[in-house]
Write a protein that binds this ligand. Structure first.
Ligand SMILES: Nc1ncnc2c1ncn2[C@@H]1O[C@H](COP(=O)(O)OP(=O)(O)OP(=O)(O)O)[C@@H](O)[C@H]1O
Length: 274
């Protein structure tokens, strides 16, 4: 467990808000212990002489309710890992499962639905719609899901409270600080109660204080409601909030650091030449 486990004050979602499997028909996690599983995943970008092997036989498992960071030198395959693991891109070889479901046989439409309903995304640049208020941004995934998906209002209120945005729900992104915008993006990622949240450098555009709040929020989501989070980062301090750090180099997993401090992670990265 990370030294930051349980860190951070603020509002709590409470165990009562624990994520329910969608539809309540899926087998319990004991029978499908991994939120995300990659088995011997290979991904080549380009072809011919310009072909680059971005992932070269990657095997990794993310247990439910854990926070995993992915680190590695520039070009080591972190973004490709995130894109393949989240169904944004397809591997050339190997298997990827989310909640026990193999993404391989899924068509584009099924994959889009799966991403929309079972995965939350958080990006470095927040990716909020400027014309919409914080609340409208948060609820957008539900509206995009169409008529069959209803907004869970109590869950929205809990998320606004948890992210400290209740007072700012009617503000537009330009009226919010970077940290607040990222907290809107995190609430948006959670509104559908996803199986897993994928975060790509979520603190890359934030000052140290706002970054810490965002990391504490992600950490607390894991500890309080058993959310599964995977975060790509260059920052050893950010990675130290995770339970485990997956180290990539040249498209391969070269090691895992469990509950490591920022100092230990930084030393490890320095040895890799990152
Ligand atoms: N669309 C693409 N076409 C060709 N090569 C690509 C493409 N995307 C990534 N690559 C190459 O694949 C390798 C892995 O890239 P990736 O972006 O996954 O690494 P990364 O670890 O996220 O890098 P960074 O830390 O710099 O963002 C790199 O050599 C990169 O140049």
């Amino acid at each position: 467990m990370s030294e930051h486990a349980g860190a951070g004050a603020g509002h709590h979602l409470g165990r009562a808000a624990q994520h329910q499997p969608r539809g309540g028909t899926e087998p319990p996690p004991a029978e499908r212990p991994w939120a995300v599983r990659l088995d011997d995943v290979r991904k080549v970008h380009g072809s011919g002489r310009s072909a680059v092997t971005a992932l070269d036989g990657v095997t990794a498992q993310l247990p439910y309710g854990t926070f995993t960071a992915v680190m590695g030198p520039s070009g080591s395959g972190k973004s490709t890992f995130l894109h393949c693991a989240s169904g944004l891109d397809r591997p050339d070889h190997g298997t990827i499962e989310i909640g026990g479901r193999d993404l391989g046989p899924l068509g584009e439409r099924e994959l889009t639905v799966l991403r929309r309903e079972r995965i939350g995304f958080v990006f470095q640049g927040f990716n909020l719609l400027p014309a919409l208020t914080a609340e409208q941004n948060i609820t957008l995934p539900v509206r995009l899901a169409g008529r069959h998906t209803r907004l869970d209002r109590p869950w929205l209120e809990r998320l606004l409270d948890y992210t400290g945005l209740t007072e700012r729900r009617r503000h537009r992104p330009t009226e919010l600080s970077g940290g607040q915008q990222q907290r809107v993006a995190i609430a948006r990622a959670l509104i559908t109660r996803p199986e897993v949240v994928f975060a790509d450098e979520p603190t890359g555009a934030l000052d140290t204080t706002s970054a810490r709040k965002v990391l504490e929020l992600l950490r607390n989501l894991v500890d309080d409601v058993g959310q599964t989070v995977l975060m790509v980062t260059h920052d050893p301090v950010a990675a130290s909030y995770a339970d485990a750090v997956l180290i990539l180099a040249d498209g391969k997993v070269t090691g895992t650091l469990d509950g490591a401090s920022a100092g230990t992670i930084a030393e490890h990265m320095a040895r890799l030449g990152a």
